[in-house]
Design a protein around this ligand. Structure first.
Ligand SMILES: *Cc1c(COP(=O)(O)O)cnc(C)c1O
Length: 230
């Protein structure tokens, strides 16, 4: 076992433990290994340990890595901010985009998704801590955006993604993530008429993974704890 396998094993064990503490179903939380600013060789190493989902923040960097690792069955999750002039290549390469916060981007991703590929999975990023100048849709605007995005043909609306304001108190972390879960439940009632079920909460990073899993995260995004500092 290499060094990265040990790190992945420890995080995997923690995920299992927290899932049990929360009395949630086995395997209901997936680990997204955030590999931004780490070399393709590290991704290859993590892949050899069994890791399949990798998250990248920068379009050019994801494209270069996808190219050099095209012999591997990696699922690429784009988790950075996305400009409209970069949507095409993302639609062609990624399996998921976690950071959609406006209709224009969603429309472009849907239009540009190649027809031979399955629909692109999408999360709407919510500015859950209502911070100024931060990405993410405001809560009050979420219902309308979700309704519109859900209608687009070549993307599949899967759920919500948040990056809460840094918070060290566990109970406070839980309170924010619980709010996200409630938003998901509300949206699911709203979207039931369109036969859409949001099954994904992308929340929890190295510092708040436990709280996120307790409150219902289905994808945790972990970088530093796997690959070290950037
Ligand atoms: C970098 C990043 C992460 C991983 O953060 P770590 O603190 O390194 O675990 C998760 N989510 C997003 C959106 C990121 O940009």
């Amino acid at each position: 076992m290499n060094h990265l396998c040990d790190k992945l094993q420890i995080i995997g064990d923690n995920i299992v433990t927290y899932t049990q503490v929360a009395q949630r179903k086995e395997n209901s939380v997936q680990l997204l290994a955030v590999s931004k600013r780490h070399p393709s060789s590290s991704i290859r190493e993590a892949y050899a340990c069994g890791q399949r989902l990798f998250g990248e923040n920068y379009v050019q960097e994801m494209l270069e890595k996808a190219e050099s690792l095209s012999d591997l069955a990696i699922k690429w999750h784009f988790i950075g901010s996305l400009q409209s002039n970069k949507t095409r290549r993302v639609a062609e390469v990624a399996d998921w985009v976690h950071t959609v916060d406006r209709l224009k981007i969603a429309k472009r991703l849907s239009d540009q998704r190649p027809s031979h590929m399955p629909p692109l999975s999408i999360c709407l990023q919510v500015n859950i801590s209502e911070e100024e100048n931060k990405s993410g849709i405001l809560i009050e605007k979420l219902p309308v955006l979700a309704e519109e995005v859900a209608k687009l043909p070549h993307i599949k609306l899967r759920g919500l993604m948040v990056i809460p304001k840094a918070e060290h108190d566990f109970a406070q972390q839980c309170a924010v993530f619980a709010k996200v879960r409630q938003l998901q439940e509300t949206l699911n009632k709203q979207l039931a008429a369109q036969n859409i079920v949001l099954d994904t909460l992308s929340m929890g990073m190295s510092g708040d993974m436990k709280a996120a899993i307790i409150e219902g995260a289905t994808i945790v995004r972990i970088g530093t704890a796997i690959f070290g500092s950037r």
